[in-house]
Design a protein around this ligand. Structure first.
Ligand SMILES: *[C@@H]1O[C@H](CO)[C@@H](O)[C@H](O)[C@H]1NC(C)=O
Ligand SMILES: *[C@@H]1O[C@H](CO)[C@@H](O)[C@H](O)[C@H]1NC(C)=O
Ligand SMILES: [Ca+2]
Ligand SMILES: [Ca+2]
Length: 368
């Protein structure tokens, strides 16, 4: 097994500009998108969830539906962000692993999964992309409605920290910060102006869904995400192979140094990196592992059938949504989740300073 086996990115990559006028209408007509969920309180030890239900999720769902139904015209306006998607070929792959590294996460068993071809965004959704969406729709994220969001303590100023009196018991480095949101990732006084090409953060699953509907897309299923992550390689740990740092090079934005006290930023980034940083995988996808966690459309469950599956959509219901890929905060010592088979979860209304998304379209083929 060699790490030189990275696929021919250039050949696989077939950037497509999608017509964003027809797709939302098609998706709305087909009833695509997820059903409203019930917030839960399950924790994974490496992230923070909002406490159970207060009805705001339903409001976000209504907004999403309205956005999907009414956005046909605004999507035709020129000057919106350029969509960079790559065609992921149909195929069969091994999802999960027979050698789970984190037992309680349900990384196994390895199972054969067949997928049709689809388009996937090359990059995590950036602050610039999200600002286009907010400019066009006036969308208000759940973090903004709740008035707070979770921020990693290591990124906060002493002034902001002095004001906080609660933390997440299982993960005390997560602090709920008043005024933290996608525009103010480290709370009031912080800004994204120098980070427009970095992944948007503090977006809940519901927010991500609203964005995707506006853009005429949807979130990838966990299977699609993992297939994309593997980049055409079979059963490797990372999108580029089994060795974390081939030839000593960094291939992802994770944590170097002692977590959570000493972030040496050997890979060049203490927090997030631009969505186009580091080499792409064999399908031309960037930062599938590390940088920002990415929401998927699946409900969370830890028991999987070993049976062969075709285009699996995940469990029919649940309380948490699956997120994949790990983030700039991941270190092998406590969160070895920057692997394609790794997974974690949050309630659909949770948001944090390391959680974003990328999108997917099954329908692009139909038009191009
Ligand atoms: C959003 O609107 C603001 C104010 O008009 C503008 O300065 C900014 O460039 C817009 N952002 C995007 C991504 O178009
Ligand atoms: C952080 O870790 C690096 C590398 O192990 C070490 O050289 C440095 O002294 C540490 N810094 C602190 C503040 O502990
Ligand atoms: Ca880093
Ligand atoms: Ca990522």
């Amino acid at each position: 097994v060699t790490d030189a086996a990275r696929g021919p990115a250039a050949k696989m990559a077939a950037p497509a500009r999608l017509c964003r006028c027809l797709l939302p209408l098609l998706l709305a007509a087909m009833g695509a998108g997820a059903a409203a969920g019930t917030p839960g309180t399950a924790g994974c030890g490496c992230s923070a969830n909002r406490a159970a239900g207060d009805g705001r999720e339903e409001a976000a769902q209504r907004f999403s539906a309205a956005a999907a139904a009414g956005s046909g015209v605004s999507l035709c306006l020129p000057g919106l962000f350029a969509v960079q998607m790559v065609l992921i070929p149909a195929g069969v792959f091994t999802m999960g692993t027979q050698e789970p590294q984190i037992q309680q996460d349900g990384e196994g068993p390895a199972r054969r999964v067949h997928l049709g071809s689809f388009y996937m965004d090359q990059y995590e959704v950036s602050n610039r992309d999200f600002e286009s969406f907010v400019n066009a729709t006036g969308y208000v994220t759940e973090a903004e409605k709740f008035g707070d969001s979770f921020v990693f303590e290591g990124m906060l100023s002493e002034a902001v920290k002095a004001d906080i009196h609660q933390a997440v018991a299982a993960a005390p480095w997560w602090l709920p910060v008043k005024g933290a949101s996608w525009r103010h990732p480290e709370g009031p006084g912080s800004s994204i102006s120098s980070r427009m090409d970095h992944p948007v953060l503090h977006v809940s699953w519901n927010d991500a869904l609203a964005f995707c509907r506006w853009a005429g897309k949807r979130l990838p299923t966990e299977a699609e995400w993992e297939y994309g992550c593997r980049g055409g390689l079979e059963s490797r740990l990372f999108p580029w192979g089994n060795k974390l740092q081939p030839k000593g090079q960094h291939y992802a934005n994770i944590w170097q140094g002692e977590f959570p006290t000493n972030n040496t930023a050997e890979d060049g980034y203490r927090g997030t990196a631009p969505v186009s940083a580091f080499p792409p995988n064999g399908y031309g996808l960037y930062n599938m592992v590390g940088n920002a966690w990415e929401w998927t459309s699946d409900w969370w469950a830890v028991h999987h059938s070993p049976q062969e599956l075709h285009n699996p959509q995940g469990p029919p219901s649940g309380t948490d949504r699956v997120k994949k890929g790990g983030s700039y905060m991941c270190h092998k010592s406590y969160c070895y989740r920057y692997r394609c088979a790794a997974r974690s979860q949050n309630t659909p209304d949770s948001s944090a300073s390391n959680l974003g998304f990328r999108y997917h379209s099954a329908f692009a083929n139909f038009f191009f």
